[in-house]
Design a protein around this ligand. Sequence first.
Ligand code: ADP
Length: 389
Amino acid sequence: MSFAALAGFVVGALAILFYRNQIEAPSRSSAADDGVETGAALPQGVASVLAVLPSSAVVLDAHDRVLRASSAARAFGLVKGDRLMAAELLALARQVRRDGEIRESEIDVAGHKFGQETTNFAVRVAPLGSYGQVLVLAEDQTERRRVEAVRRDFVANVSHELKTPVGALSLLAETIQDAADDPEAVTRFSGRMQHEAARLNYLVQDLITLSRIQGAEAIPTPGQVSIDEAVNDALDHCNTKAAAKDIALVTGGTEGLRIWGDDELLVTALRNLIDNAVAYSPEHTRVVVSVRPAGDSVEISVSDQGIGIPEESLERIFERFFRVDAARSRATGGTGLGLAIVKHVAAAHAGEVSVWSKEGSGSTFTLRLPAFGGTAVAVPPAIPLETAQ
Ligand code: ADP
């Protein structure tokens, strides 16, 4: 139920309670009966309704004194003693008392403790009976707004990322048209068109993967996953790119470990890590994929001898579309979504991913995932691990 609908329902329910109790004569409610702090007389039942509300609730008397305030209202600093602290809210309450109209608004309340941020509230203010009492309901929507802003940013980023290859494709198509009688140029430009189309395809695929693993049911049918098989599958995908740069892909560590989860997602995550290790390493180096038991988890690390990541970027690299060097990422066919996918795959398995890196020396990404059956025990591998190259 939306806040507006919930607030509407509560206001209606309280109005009924109020009128019923006016006939039955208002009673004094105690603090002990509902866990809500109290000050003075309230109609019977109103206090109980307020006590179960998730949002901040305040009842003011005819003289703007707080008759009742939920603990949330006090915690947020909306109420101090018997006073409503937000001037904007008080003005709204007075207007409502004057003309009896229900009002809705949004207000920002500065943090009342040092270092506390401003809180944004959706508020609904309604008259409560004929004694000049006013009900104020306020819902903290700071988090909802933050999520909305992140989503807006993401949509803007996706549009921007899509524009580049689509723009290039349209330009290349025009160029080919103009060069129709130059077969060499046609071959060259159609090759570039294929390259841009492939980029578009990677981006769309990564977006689909990301939205799938961010869904409510990231792993609809979990099962036993053999780490050896997942590592070998991921290495198979990366072999060609590694061979082109004479990069040796090496595996090591404990064989036969298993996790509970989704093999396709694990392969996707490992492939992204190995792909990056190859993309951000110079020629003739090594990428090592190593597996080891770690208590109730399995650790899979991918280490390279590549360019490394500057310290100030380390905490941002798992963000969607964050790149240390945008030009380099594009040149290697990166979508900027690889590590965001890895992070979500880890989270979907109740695990985590961490990174160690030193500029100029290399990077190690470590996936730590809960082991199958609660302890990391090795079973004889179905397919032996081997050096992939
Ligand atoms: P991209 O598609 O750009 O590689 P990712 O999400 O996979 O996007 O990675 C984000 C950024 O993190 C990359 O653009 C790159 O700057 C940095 N990065 C990731 N892996 C490595 C690595 N192994 N070595 C150096 N930099 C890396």
